[in-house]
Design a protein around this ligand. Structure first.
Ligand SMILES: Nc1ncnc2c1ncn2[C@@H]1O[C@H](COP(=O)(O)OP(=O)(O)O)[C@@H](O)[C@H]1O
Ligand SMILES: [Mg+2]
Length: 265
């Protein structure tokens, strides 16, 4: 049994758009995987299905052997505790201290005792502080989150995600809002902590040139279908063309993305 098993996943949005056609993939604990593809390829839709934010039209998603597509709301909440999410726009609570933001990762674990912010017991706090240290931001613990740079905010959100002690981390364009040097540090931290904790990390990212330094495997999606799935060393020019080819000019490609894709070739 693989940690994550997706079979024939199909998503048709209410407006009739088929965002995922028949996606199948399996992934194991400890793998750091980049999901690449043009804007609109279906990457976010895929992550949202795994996280239960989007119901698939058909198909199956199994996490640790458990079918996710048929869960009740309550069961889904329990499964979501096993899934850390890292968003492009960080989703921190700006006016709260960094440590409290990281402690939010413990909300699902707080048990019967008071779990209101500020009332986490010592063991939760120790986990949060240790994880802040792992992204080299321990000295920022008591600062307000909005005092941090974008790169630091994203590393805090990584610390929050691992503080959840998940089995799976989903990151949707985690470095898309960051300058290149900051993006490098964020990818470095994300890949390192995922490997240290033997998590599965699925990272939606369109900068292939950056991703290849940090991931083991690439899944390329084009127009709702997986068109490449293999180790990063096999992601060659031909694979790149399959994922990023511009043979369907009906919707103009995003100019920046087109430029990046061409530049990376
Ligand atoms: N809620 C929605 N309703 C209708 N179409 C959507 C919705 N969300 C995304 N789409 C469309 O589905 C396709 C895949 O989108 P998305 O998964 O966001 O792609 P990506 O993350 O690769 O850019 C795109 O054509 C997008 O416009
Ligand atoms: Mg997206």
């Amino acid at each position: 049994m693989s940690l994550l098993e997706i079979r024939d996943l199909r998503v048709v949005y209410p407006n009739g758009l088929e965002a995922l056609k028949s996606v199948s993939l399996t992934a194991e604990a400890g793998e750091v995987i980049a999901i690449v593809g043009r804007s609109g390829a279906g990457k976010s839709t895929l992550l949202r299905c795994i996280n239960g934010l989007q119901s698939p039209t058909s198909g199956s998603i199994r996490l640790e052997g458990r079918e996710l597509t048929t869960l009740t709301t309550r069961e889904l909440q329990a499964v979501r505790r096993r899934i850390g999410f890292v968003w492009q726009e960080f989703n921190l609570v700006d006016r709260l201290p960094v440590i409290t933001n990281v402690l939010c990762g413990r909300l699902g674990h707080a048990g019967e005792g008071p779990s209101l912010l500020g009332y986490f017991d010592r063991s939760h706090r120790e986990i949060a502080l240790r994880n802040l240290e792992r992204v080299n931001l321990l000295e920022r613990a008591d600062q307000r989150a909005d005092r941090l740079s974008g790169g630091e905010k994203q590393r805090i959100s990584i610390a929050r995600a691992i503080t959840q002690e998940p089995t799976l981390i989903l990151a949707d364009e985690p470095v898309a809002s960051l300058d290149p040097e900051l993006a490098w540090q964020v990818m470095e931290d994300l890949a390192r902590v995922a490997r240290e904790d033997r998590l599965l990390a699925l990272i939606n990212i369109h900068q292939v040139a950056l991703a290849k330094h940090f991931v083991d495997r690439v899944i390329g999606i084009a127009r709702g279908s997986v068109v490449f799935d293999g180790p990063i060393k096999d992601f060659d020019d031909a694979a790149m063309t399959r994922v990023y080819r511009f043979d369907k000019p009906a919707i103009p490609a995003h100019p920046i993305e087109m430029e990046e894709a061409l530049h990376e070739r």
